[in-house]
Design a protein. Structure first.
Length: 352
């Protein structure tokens, strides 16, 4: 159905659709050969195999990332990618991805950087209690964000923090009071790239108030365990069952969503303490019937893939998104596609 929808939307004679198993790597290699770029837009646990298939087929590769341990293994393929003359760039979705690139641009406006706070979330325009959530991407990726440890920088050192921990309140224009908590995989490789260079750096997802408390209660009760429970002779995985229930409860095709982004970088400019704040917003596309999550996840992957195919990015190897993607040209392309992104700088007291 998804392939047919793409065919109807694009109406391009260049489009060819093929149904294939993302785990069938020999088939993927055969399909990829002779192409420019392989874009992996499937759940995170397929991406390492697909990256290896891309190197074998000698094509560039981008993916949506989301699991830092897997991304680090992709980056270990750098020497093989160089030998094949191709480039691998994981983490090119919304977050990790575009939010990391916005953070890089924000840091570039400062002479010295002490703190970087990345906040983003995909939410329903018309939230319904008690959970006030809308599933607009893989339920498996969502649970991964919620329950796996996140990586952050504290005092310039990498630390692990539990997913959905350190809940904070935020006031966002037009939305009012919201909540944010650590998201696994969101900061990704930035914790390695900027270790020892930036004092504090983290990524948190944004939700309507109350949602995070419910998920944390489910986690405490074991709903996201990966082992199997024996229920009267039937083996049941709590996490697989929860994923199924998440899709049934939160997936409402046609319901309208929005994506909100706030990235704050603090440090010094011309000797003064300042902060740079980027605010971004994207909404459901009424004309194309595209969710904001589709737009803010798919467009970044498309832009980076086109940069690779055109040779705009032309350094073979495997690189983290924050060092591989040029912020200015990338964000110009996102604005051309309708992303509302603004920034401002303000002076801080030395006590702030």
């Amino acid at each position: 159905a998804g392939l047919e929808a793409a065919r109807r939307r694009l109406k391009s004679p260049r489009l060819r659709t093929i149904r294939a198993d993302a785990a069938d790597l020999p088939r993927i290699r055969a399909l990829a050969k002779g192409r420019d770029v392989l874009i992996s837009a499937v759940p995170y646990y397929f991406t390492l195999g697909l990256a290896k298939a891309a190197v074998s087929a000698k094509v560039h590769h981008v993916d949506l990332g989301g699991n830092t341990d897997i991304v680090l293994k992709e980056l270990d393929l750098s020497s093989k990618a160089k030998a094949a003359g191709v480039t691998l760039i994981p983490d090119v979705g919304l977050g990790p991805g575009m939010t990391n690139t916005i953070a890089v641009e924000a840091m570039g406006r400062l002479d010295e950087v002490s703190e970087v706070l990345i906040r983003d979330g995909g939410l329903p325009q018309d939230p319904a209690p008690p959970m006030e959530y809308l599933l607009t991407f893989s339920e498996h990726g969502l649970i991964n964000e919620y329950v796996e440890d996140a990586t952050a920088l504290r005092g310039g050192r990498r630390v692990k923090v539990p997913g959905l921990s350190e809940v904070e309140e935020m006031l966002l224009p037009g939305l009012g009071r919201m909540e944010a908590a650590h998201a696994s995989g969101g900061l990704s490789t930035m914790a390695w790239t900027y270790a020892g260079k930036v004092g504090r750096m983290d990524n948190k997802l944004i939700r309507y108030p109350g949602h995070i408390a419910v998920i944390n209660a489910m986690r405490a009760m074991g709903f996201f365990r990966t082992d199997s429970l024996d229920l009267g002779g039937v083996k049941v995985s709590p996490r697989r069952l929860s994923a199924r229930l998440f899709r049934e409860a939160f997936h409402h095709p046609g319901e309208k969503d929005f994506v909100v982004i706030r990235v704050t970088a603090r440090g010094r400019k011309d000797g003064r303490r300042v902060e740079v704040v980027y605010d971004g917003m994207d909404r459901y596309d009424e004309k194309e019937k595209m969710t904001a999550m589709m737009r803010t996840t798919g467009f970044p992957a498309s832009i980076v893939a086109q940069m690779l195919a055109s040779g705009f990015i032309s350094k073979p190897g495997a690189y983290p998104v924050e060092t591989a993607v040029p912020p200015g040209p990338f964000l110009d392309e996102m604005r051309r596609r309708g992303l509302k992104l603004r920034w401002k700088m303000r002076k801080l007291d030395d006590s702030n």
